[in-house]
Design a protein around this ligand. Structure first.
Ligand code: AMP
Ligand code: GLY
Length: 418
């Protein structure tokens, strides 16, 4: 079977790596649109942008692609799954209507209230004055409702900060139309965890839980990033807690979406805070996490193509999602300056010198004159498994030490909290 993977980051390299091992793919061609220098080692990169839904449909038709897997949220928001289904193509991911769980925080909050999923108490506004007059004196979180590349959430200590956040989002339109609607919610506290579950519209089966490190510097300091590293599973998230999250969050979400006539197929990603009152949802994402995927897929023993086909055909079973014992850790190597401005085109050396038990997933890389160079802020994701988080982390850092590019920076404390 031929497969097509849409996207170009570390997540998509990990998806390509895992799908290449599938018996269903069985040496069939793998295409990645648009891909990076890492995906080019596994399959064929195709220069079609993730937003070009018509171009992707035409390519999949022409090549007779048997399974398409979607990485980022943008094509899902644009209705790529609907277009593929209309063209009779098998695709793994939610429809535009189901993807609203991520693309509209206002929708997600109303839905959670309706079906009784635990989440921060919130109110949604489209009018700036009304939003301002609602603000309490204490801490709140202000969120642009639409897609804002992970930047539309502002955690505010007091009323003045919240007013500034509303001004930035609603009046200055820092995130464009994504901020036409805002959610103001109660500020929660506790450790965070990401739980990703495969869903076929009725049945949901979890992957191992993972903990992302969003801040750029050690000790969770500095600005937020797309994610600087991750480990799975966190020792404080045991099987009973995963079961509780499935029962109180994931399963009610899947049932609720089915009841609305918009069944959820794909990966449902719950970003949760473990509060003293139990796990509560911070956000839903309608796709695999990045970098969570680079730590979670190495722990999946099941056949990923088989699982995706089962989801698309409403025949997912827990037996398909076999999980490897132990842990996995991923360290992100970033370009100097990231998450601010950063140079591109930095030559990368040492990739061939990483120990054999280390996986290097490319995030922002490309080929120039026969050499692999950086092309993004997050450049490489270095993953390793181990019997426990500590062993996995040590191995991942051994991989990082072998690799060089000018000004590379990475967190030195991934997994320390475990
Ligand atoms: P989100 O994109 O909604 O996951 O928010 C990004 C980050 O903001 C989360 O990972 C949390 O660290 C923080 N955050 C979001 N919502 C809340 C909340 N209600 N209380 C405290 N922190 C939050
Ligand atoms: N790791 C955060 C995300 O994928 O949204």
């Amino acid at each position: 079977m031929k497969v097509l993977i849409i996207g170009s980051g570390g997540r998509e390299h990990a998806l390509a790596w895992k799908l290449a091992q599938s018996e269903r793919v069985g040496g069939g061609e793998i295409f990645i649109a648009p891909g990076n220098a890492g995906t080019a080692q596994i399959g064929t990169n195709v220069p079609i942008a993730v937003e070009d839904v018509a171009g992707l449909v035409a390519f999949a038709r022409e090549k007779k692609i048997g399974l398409t897997a979607v990485g980022p949220e943008i094509p899902l928001a644009l209705g790529l799954v609907d277009a593929f289904q209309a063209a009779g193509l098998t695709v793994f991911g939610p429809t535009q209507a189901a993807a609203q769980l991520e693309t509209s925080k206002a929708f997600a909050k109303a839905f959670m209230q309706e079906v009784g999923i635990p989440t921060a108490v919130s109110t949604t506004f489209t009018d700036y004055q009304q939003a301002v007059s609602y603000l309490p004196d204490g801490p709140v979180v202000v969120k642009a409702s639409g897609l804002a590349a992970g930047k539309g959430v502002i955690v505010c200590a007091d009323r003045a900060e919240a007013e500034a956040a509303l001004r930035q989002i609603m009046l200055d339109r820092a995130f464009g139309a994504a901020g036409d609607e805002v959610v103001i919610e109660e500020r929660l506290s506790g450790p965070e965890v990401s739980l990703l579950a495969f869903c076929d519209g009725q049945t949901a089966v979890p992957l191992p839980p993972a903990r992302d490190h969003k801040r750029v510097y050690d000790g969770d300091l500095g600005p937020n990033t797309g994610g600087m590293g991750v480990y799975a599973p966190p020792p404080d998230v045991d099987a009973a807690l995963v079961e509780e999250i499935m029962r109180t969050v994931i399963q009610p979400a899947v049932q609720g979406m089915a009841q609305r006539g918009t069944p959820y197929v794909g990966v449902l990603y719950a970003g949760l805070m473990l509060t003293p009152a139990g796990p509560k949802v911070l956000e839903f994402n309608c796709r695999f996490g990045d970098p969570e995927t680079q730590a979670v897929l190495p722990l999946l023993d099941g056949d990923l193509a088989e699982i995706m086909l089962a989801c698309a055909a409403q025949r997912l079973t827990p037996e398909l999602v076999r999980v490897h014992p132990g842990a996995c850790a991923t360290v992100v190597m970033a370009a100097p300056g990231y998450p601010g401005n950063y140079p591109k085109g930095l030559p990368i050396t040492g990739l061939e010198a990483v120990p054999p038990d280390v996986l290097v997933f490319h995030a922002g890389t490309t080929h120039t004159n026969g050499q692999i160079v950086s092309s993004g802020g997050r450049v490489l994701c270095v993953s390793a498994r181990g019997a426990d988080v500590g062993t996995a982390v040590t191995r991942a850092y051994a991989g990082v030490s072998a690799i060089h590019f000018d000004g590379a920076h990475y967190r030195k404390d991934i997994g320390r909290s475990a």
